[in-house]
Design a protein around this ligand. Structure first.
Ligand code: ADP
Ligand code: MG
Length: 518
């Protein structure tokens, strides 16, 4: 059975597969918008995006920003939805399009996620697939997928992947070593994307309308405003290939013809592009500190990189011409190729050489934890530690630092008791919250705790306790603590993010009941 790649994007999603000749084929792209038309009846895609302009309360957009958050939920027509189940509705629509095209059921998929997604968001993405009745072979970082979408090359290569989409900007440094691909560093602005360019164009159009018809105030008119949203995005997209374009704005019998040139658009949005370039430059410097001094390739990803100004500015900054081939499809094409590789038995029926099949099969992608996990410990350098340990400074030691490959095993790390005759040890598990690793409590989040009880009496303070963290690829963290002399131990699991199985099963039944149209 064919395996598919899915780019589950913030504003746009796509599904693709690799055909018998070994070429990735994109079957469908659709806006990531779900419109809750009636109970158990939803619309997904372009029609939903239009419907959302007039009835925003019945639509969900940008659900990707909520993935993995346990406090995010939605309700429509008396039914509750999680970000996972809303994403599942999008996945189902894409899968249905693929089923119609190929005439057989879709089951195995590889779904892409941003490189900065932590274990929680990745697990939520896997569960969205499960709720949609799909089998996620893997979740794959978007810049890695984009890197894999290019022709295979020999040796160690470093790629800079610049991804400017509808609502987010991501910049990543990827290392590809023959069969192995990993993210070296990543940064971005998750509140910066095409929507900000659109907003500038709308303001420009409104101003131009007001100049031509000073007496009219169209902004309270819903239909006018809906049209303005659509025309602003159209203008932006058209100006990627044309130097100038005009649009007619109509209100109350009046018409304003407004012209926008590419040059004017670039002026109106220069500060937005500047922000991406600043982050890019910082990331290039960070990569240098990681020993990456040169890039073998600069890869453009995301619909917004079709604006000629993007490649021009990057070339100015980096002194090289970026790879620029259907940038909004690079991620899904790479995901489809990776899905094929994951499903090795498929390679046999491809019209490709044995060596090519083998090289695809063996392409591995390493999952690393983007944020560290650790325990809270007492600071023995704080004088209070001796006199009043309960009030002394505590901090976090990361047993699994950011960047650790999964599956990961910290091995036993030795800590000590802080009081004489201490009967109980509380093991608190903390996850790094910021981009940079820090031992301060304020830069970490408490995500779970357990108690090692009934320690034997008369243990002196300073008695060693061994703690081990193990994390599997799905983000299940197993914590083990043992007092080696008595053998008293504590073991507990924390699922980092995601829903529990009962909630997944329930959502699966609920989503299956929905009639999904596009
Ligand atoms: P996502 O953010 O979901 O990953 P994309 O990478 O497809 O989605 O980016 C969508 C953004 O790209 C939208 O803001 C869209 O207007 C913009 N876009 C698409 N095509 C073009 C184009 N030809 N020129 C400029 N912008 C474009
Ligand atoms: Mg994208």
């Amino acid at each position: 059975m064919t395996a598919f790649g899915i780019d589950l994007g913030t504003t746009k999603s796509c599904i693709a597969y690799v055909d018998d000749a070994g070429h990735p084929v994109v079957i469908r792209t659709a806006p990531s918008v779900v419109y809750f038309e009636r109970k158990d009846s939803v619309v997904v895609g372009a029609a939903a995006k239009n419907a959302a302009l007039l009835a925003p309360d019945l639509a969900v957009q940008l659900v990707k920003r909520q993935m993995g958050r346990k406090d995010a939920d939605y309700a429509f027509h008396g039914t509750r939805y999680t970000p996972e189940s809303i994403s599942a509705l999008i996945l189902k629509e894409l899968a249905a399009a693929a089923e119609r095209r190929l005439g057989h059921p879709v089951r195995d998929v590889v779904i892409t996620v941003p490189a900065y997604f932590g274990v929680a968001e990745r697990q939520a993405t896997r569960q969205a697939a499960e709720i949609a009745g799909l089998n996620a072979l893997d979740v794959l970082a978007e810049p890695v997928a984009a890197a894999l979408s290019g022709p295979p090359a020999e040796g160690v290569r470093h790629l800079l992947v610049y991804d400017l989409g509808g609502g987010t900007f991501d910049i990543s440094v990827i290392r590809v070593d023959g069969v192995d691909a990993s993210v070296i560093c990543t940064d971005g602005d998750h509140r910066l994307g095409g929507a900000d360019w659109d907003a500038r164009i709308r303001a420009y159009l409104l101003e131009a309308f007001a100049e031509q018809h000073p007496g009219l105030v169209p902004t309270a008119d819903e239909v006018f405003m809906q049209d303005l949203w659509i025309k602003a995005e159209q203008l932006k997209e058209e100006l990627s290939s044309a130097p100038t374009r005009d649009k007619d704005l109509r209100f109350a019998g009046a018409v304003a013809r407004v012209e926008l040139t590419r040059r004017r658009l670039e002026e109106l949005t220069a500060d937005l592009l500047d922000r991406t370039m600043k982050i890019t430059q910082e990331t290039v410097e960070r990569a240098r500190r990681h020993g990456v001094t040169e890039f073998d390739e600069v890869v453009l990803v995301g619909g917004m990189t079709r604006l000629p100004a993007v490649a021009a500015r990057l070339e100015e900054l980096l002194g090289r011409t970026p790879r620029h081939h259907e940038p909004d499809l690079a991620v899904v094409r790479g995901a489809a190729m990776f899905a094929l590789a994951r499903q090795s038995r498929q390679a046999d029926r491809l019209g490709i050489t044995a060596a090519e099949a083998e090289s695809m099969r063996s392409r591995r992608v390493t999952t690393v934890i983007p944020r560290g996990f650790g325990v809270r410990v007492l600071d023995h350098n704080d004088p209070l530690a001796r006199t009043d340990p309960m009030r002394a400074r505590t901090y976090v030691i990361h047993l699994l630092p950011a960047g650790t490959r999964l599956p990961a095993d910290s091995g036993p790390v030795t800590f000590t008791t802080v009081l004489d005759d201490q009967p109980v040890i509380e093991v608190e598990v903390w996850e790094q919250s910021g981009r940079d690793s820090s031992e301060e409590l304020a830069d970490n989040t408490l995500i779970g705790r357990g108690k090692l009880r009934d320690l034997p009496p008369e243990l002196p303070k300073g008695t060693p306790i061994h703690i081990t963290f193990f994390m599997g690829e799905t983000g299940l963290l197993t914590v083990h603590a043992v007092e080696p002399v008595s053998g008293r131990e504590l073991r507990f699991d924390l699922q980092i993010g995601g829903l529990d199985q009962a909630a997944v099963d329930k959502a699966k039944t609920a989503v299956a009941r929905h009639d999904i149209s596009s």
